[in-house]
Ligand binder design. Sequence first.
Ligand code: FAD
Length: 419
Amino acid sequence: MVLVTPASNSIENDTELSGGEASSENQAPLVIVGTGLAGYHLALEFRKLDSVTPLVLISSDDGAFYSKPLLSASLSHGKTAQQLCQTSAEEMARKLDAQILVHTRVASISPHSKTLQLQQDVDNHIADIPYDRLILATGAHCRKLTAIAGNAHARLFRINNLTDYHRFRTALVGCQRVLLIGAGLIGCEFANDLVQAGYEVAVVDPQEWPLASLLPEAAGRDLQEVLNNSGVRFYLGKSIRSLNKNPKGIEALLDNGETLVADIALAALGLEANTALAETAGLKIQRGIAVDRKLQSSNPHIFAIGDCAEVEGHQLFYVAPLMTCARALAQTLSGNPCPVHYGVIPVAVKTTLRPTTLCPPHPGAEGSWQVSQDTKGVCAEFRNSRGELLGFALTGAAITERERLISECMPLMDNKSFE
Ligand SMILES: Cc1cc2nc3c(=O)[nH]c(=O)nc-3n(C[C@H](O)[C@H](O)[C@H](O)COP(=O)(O)OP(=O)(O)OC[C@H]3O[C@@H](n4cnc5c(N)ncnc54)[C@H](O)[C@@H]3O)c2cc1C
């Protein structure tokens, strides 16, 4: 176990975990599992309100603080993983007056004894630690490519953290042709980044237009056209039948019989919440860890935040909602119960070649897209039968409509009152 302590600013191995400040030595700590944006923002918000309660963060990675959205926009700027790391775990421990366990995996939760079982490697049991209240901020993982034949699956890269970014960036050296599997938000951002970094990019997706689950066709096609004009080749409405190694790299056979050869392949097939740890505690799981608007799970001492959480049916893999949750949960944990309220949450897609902003309606919302378009961009508004604006999508020059539409758009959650 590697423990980063605030007082000594040191990293120690196999250290006994203490309770923090002398006055609160016997108090079980508030424990946060995960040092991504959700875990760290919650800790920062909590420390603004409570400087006394012992705080422990645990992470299976190195605990570096970084902005994950930069991962899909930094290759063209020549940024290394090290340059993307904003603050080390040691510095965060000092800033938060917290203990941070890095390279440490929480294997299971025992909710009756309120303890966590920690492991360094698979089956290498290290220690049990107690918690007073537990917050799961375990993030999400990249969806796997399933039901595809071939021997090249192990050659597929995925990027969901700094280590993945480092591995991919290192492997890119000497490559020219990149096969991108997936034309969703992250796939299009990587296409935009890689083509500007000088690579030949081919994107395959079974959907008919880019970001098809978030954008109406006109907006998706508009983005596709600009990326295409910049050199990105799209193979849309097509599935990959097999992926095989090839002396030059990787070869994908599409369902229309076409073959694409690339030096390297990156999969961006969307994210799935990490719920395995929550399952060990018997927590209620839906698409993510089911929590109410106080971010409380089906166990009153366990909360969830960020990509791993599904907040009253909303699963949003974006930074803005997790920041809203961090502020609300910090209040709740410091004794002032505060339900979260999701308002209008627009997302700026980092396709710099064609600026795009989207604010998708809640999946299944009743209504239809109304689109106005010219060569400068697309403005699409999703309205219900009463004419209420439930979502929107803007590309190109139309992004100037953003503020007007935000002010008109219905919030994702009602502002209902709580006792
Ligand atoms: C390439 C990319 C680009 C993106 N771009 C945007 C964007 O432009 N705008 C936007 O709003 N959002 C974007 N997102 C989404 C956004 O980055 C995420 O919603 C956010 O970073 C999630 O933070 P998190 O803390 O919930 O999860 P993570 O950052 O995944 O952190 C999870 C943490 O949990 C730890 N962990 C997990 N399981 C265990 C365990 N059992 N024991 C110990 N530790 C554990 C991990 O080590 C890690 O520290 C992007 C995502 C990606 C991948």
